[in-house]
Design a protein around this ligand. Sequence first.
Ligand SMILES: *[C@@H]1O[C@H](CO)[C@@H](O)[C@H](O)[C@H]1NC(C)=O
Ligand SMILES: *[C@@H]1O[C@H](CO)[C@@H](O)[C@H](O)[C@H]1NC(C)=O
Ligand SMILES: *[C@@H]1O[C@H](CO)[C@@H](O)[C@H](O)[C@H]1NC(C)=O
Ligand SMILES: *[C@@H]1O[C@H](CO)[C@@H](O)[C@H](O)[C@H]1NC(C)=O
Ligand SMILES: *[C@@H]1O[C@H](CO)[C@@H](O)[C@H](O)[C@H]1NC(C)=O
Ligand SMILES: *[C@@H]1O[C@H](CO)[C@@H](O)[C@H](O)[C@H]1NC(C)=O
Ligand SMILES: *[C@@H]1O[C@H](CO)[C@@H](O)[C@H](O)[C@H]1NC(C)=O
Length: 266
Amino acid sequence: MSQKLHFWITLVYICLINITTTLSQPDFVFIRCENADNYTLNSTYKRNLDSALIALPTTNSGLGFFNFSTNEGNSTANSIALCRGDVKPDEFSNCLNDSIVKLRQLCPNQKDAIGVYVNCLLQYSNYNLLVYPQNKDYFIQFNPEITTDINGFNGALRPLMDELRGTAAAGGPLLKFATGNRTGPGFIRIYGLVQCSPYLTEQQCSGCLEDEVSRIGLHDNGKVGGKIVLAACNFRFETYPFFNQSLVTQTPPFRSPSSPPGRYED
Ligand SMILES: *[C@@H]1O[C@H](CO)[C@@H](O)[C@H](O)[C@H]1NC(C)=O
Ligand SMILES: *[C@@H]1O[C@H](CO)[C@@H](O)[C@H](O)[C@H]1NC(C)=O
Ligand SMILES: *[C@@H]1O[C@H](CO)[C@@H](O)[C@H](O)[C@H]1NC(C)=O
Ligand SMILES: *[C@@H]1O[C@H](CO)[C@@H](O)[C@H](O)[C@H]1NC(C)=O
Ligand SMILES: *[C@@H]1O[C@H](CO)[C@@H](O)[C@H](O)[C@H]1NC(C)=O
Ligand SMILES: *[C@@H]1O[C@H](CO)[C@@H](O)[C@H](O)[C@H]1NC(C)=O
Ligand SMILES: *[C@@H]1O[C@H](CO)[C@@H](O)[C@H](O)[C@H]1NC(C)=O
C-alpha cells in the first residue's frame, strides 16, 4: 500500500497540566484543523463525513478503537477514534459523541482535523488514517515544575517508559496500552501511561513511543510531569496517580499471535 505522507507544520502547544480532572467532559487538550484542504457545505465530502461520523461510535473494536470510512462518489471521508485504555467502556461513546460535535464546530470546513481529549482522540481526513507513519506533528504539554535531581529522576523515568513501551507494543490487535510506576529520587513515585493505536504493529508501536520518549530530553528535561501525543501513540507521566488502577488491572491481557486486522505494510 502506498503511503501518503503529509507533513504538517509541527504545532507545539505548551500549557500547564490541568491537574484537576472533573467528571464533566473537559474541552479538547489539543486540536488541529488542517487548513490546506477545505470542503463546501454542499459537497460529497461533507455528506460522506456526516455519515462516517454517525457510524463511527458504533464501530468499537472491543477495547476502545473506532474506525469508519464512507466512500460515496469519489470523495472518501475516513474517521478513527481511540479511547484511553483505562476509560470505562460506557464512557467511550460519551467522549466520542462529545468530541465529534465539538471538533466539527471548531473545524467547520476542514477535510482533515484531529482533536484530543483527556479520555479519547478523534481524527478525520480525506487521507487514509490507518497508515503509519502518518504525519510528524505532535502535541506536548508539561508540568512546569522541575525536579531537584534531574539525573535521578530520568534514571527512574526512562526505564519505566521503556518497560511500558515494551508491554504496550506487545499488547495485541485490540489494545496497546500500559501503565506503571517506579520510585524516583527522594522516594517520589513516578507514574507512567503509554498507548498506541492498536492497528500499529508491535514494531511500529515501539518505534512510535521510542521516538516520543526521546523528546523528553529535548523539551522536558527534569520536568515532573508531561504528555506527548501523536495520532498513533501517546504517553504521559506524573508524580501522582492519574490513571484508574482498578480498571487497568481488570483489563484482560491480549497476547494474540495473529496479525491485527487492517494491518498494512511500510
Ligand atoms: C480553509 O478554511 C479556513 C477557515 O475555515 C481558512 O482559514 C483557510 O484559509 C482555508 N483554506 C484554503 C486553502 O482555502
Ligand atoms: C447542492 O447540490 C444539489 C445537487 O447535488 C444542487 O441541486 C443544489 O443546487 C446545490 N446547492 C447549492 C447551494 O449549491
Ligand atoms: C470526481 O472528482 C473530480 C475532481 O476531483 C471531478 O472532476 C469529477 O466530476 C468527480 N466525479 C464524480 C463522479 O463525482
Ligand atoms: C452517542 O451518539 C449516538 C448516535 O450518534 C447515540 O446512539 C448514543 O446513544 C450516544 N451515546 C451517548 C453516551 O450519548
Ligand atoms: C506501582 O507498581 C506496582 C508494580 O510495579 C504495583 O503493584 C502497584 O500497585 C503500583 N502502585 C500504584 C499506586 O499504581
Ligand atoms: C475506576 O474504575 C472503577 C471500576 O470500573 C470505578 O468503579 C471507579 O469509579 C473508577 N475511578 C475513576 C476515578 O474513574
Ligand atoms: C477499518 O474499517 C474498515 C471498514 O470500514 C475495515 O475493513 C478495516 O479492517 C478496519 N481497520 C481496522 C484497523 O480496524
